[in-house]
Design a protein around this ligand. Structure first.
Ligand code: GLV
Length: 339
């Protein structure tokens, strides 16, 4: 694009984003911020947003009505470099005629792979084994040493059979697993189910929790899914079963999970996300039967690069009045027209 510096729209970048998105942002926009790889403190967000046309943010920043108002009326788009957008008050953006965009699709495989890393890591006690070897405690092979749980042939429960849930389920075909799934929009059609897959729609979450050997969560966080998995739901899980969460921490009542893991129901967990990131619920880090990762779902070089480019492309299309590819609140457009 041949745009002179003065004609370029203005962008606030809250934090450094990976290449090639970072360079693209500078090509398209006059950019403020984004030099450092750390979350932008709220006071700087409130200052920096003043007078910009676009905001590119990450899930480490809370973007609410007061932040939008601090922009001063020019702000056209809030482009989140993430598929989840629970850090943004979408209703407040819509009411102000501001588009909100996200980065779906490009992180589906990376997140599904990580869910599988947690399934296998928790089922086969990979982290405990690694610790034991490093600590010099591996004396010899033993018939009872770190026995885990079989994954092949087990039943996998997918809570939220969207893009990522389906990608996790596709990987289960190779493990010869039966898959039970819940889905907000009802059962998938036959042509959406891969050949050879045993995917069964579960109308109720309770049924899935009580039948699955591994439960993997793939719902977005909103008012319907906050604490979707609490003490009652954990109590329905089979003794020895596993809970994996690569979605958002608050989908699980983490304090209840600590109690449940202590009681062995579920028998283990693999977590990539936490209720109050980066803090952990008291007692969680002391449990042996849980694998803990620092929110790495989309953390591959390839995926993060694609997310950054997509975030810039979304912002760029929106400020030029073109159809931004991944708008989560298209109703903001009619609001924009009427103001
Ligand atoms: C990561 O958690 C994302 O929502 O992209």
């Amino acid at each position: 694009m041949n745009v002179s510096r003065s004609d370029k729209p203005r962008l606030l970048l809250t934090r450094r984003i990976p290449e090639p998105g970072y360079s693209l942002a500078h090509e398209v926009f006059t950019v403020t911020g984004g030099d450092e790889d750390r979350p932008l403190a709220r006071e700087f967000l409130l200052q920096g947003i003043s007078g910009v046309d676009a905001l590119i943010c990450l899930l480490t920043e809370t973007v609410d009505g007061p932040v939008m108002d601090a922009a001063g009326g020019r702000l056209r788009v809030i482009s989140n470099m993430a598929v989840g957008f629970d850090n943004i008050d979408v209703a407040a953006a819509t009411a102000r005629g501001i588009l909100v965009t996200n980065t779906p699709g490009v992180l589906t495989d990376a997140t599904a792979d990580l869910a599988w890393a947690l399934i296998l890591g928790a089922a086969r006690r990979v982290v405990e084994g690694d610790r034991l070897v490093r600590e010099g405690l591996f004396e010899q092979w033993g018939p009872f040493l770190l026995l885990g749980r079989a994954v092949a042939g087990a039943t996998l429960g997918i809570v939220g059979m969207g893009r990522i849930g389906q990608a996790v389920a596709r990987r289960a075909v190779g493990f010869d697993m039966r898959v039970l799934y819940t889905r907000l929009h009802g059962p998938l059609s036959a042509d959406e189910i891969p050949a050879g897959a045993r995917w069964e729609y579960c109308p109720g979450l309770d049924e899935l929790l009580s039948e699955a050997d591994v439960v993997s969560l793939h719902v977005p966080l909103d008012s319907r899914t906050r604490h979707l998995i609490g003490a009652r739901e954990l109590g329905l899980m089979k003794p020895g079963s596993l809970l994996v969460n690569t979605s958002r921490g608050p989908v699980v009542d983490e304090a209840a999970l600590v109690d449940a893991l202590k009681a062995g129901r579920p028998g283990g967990a693999g977590l990539d996300v936490y209720e109050e990131e980066p803090r952990l619920a008291p007692g969680l880090a002391g449990l042996e039967n849980v694998v803990l990762l620092p929110h790495l779902g989309s953390a591959t070089v390839e995926t993060r690069g694609r997310m950054a480019v997509m975030a810039v492309e979304n912002a760029s299309a929106a400020v030029r009045g073109e159809a931004a590819p991944h708008v989560v609140n298209p109703e903001a457009l009619s609001r924009m027209m009427s103001t």
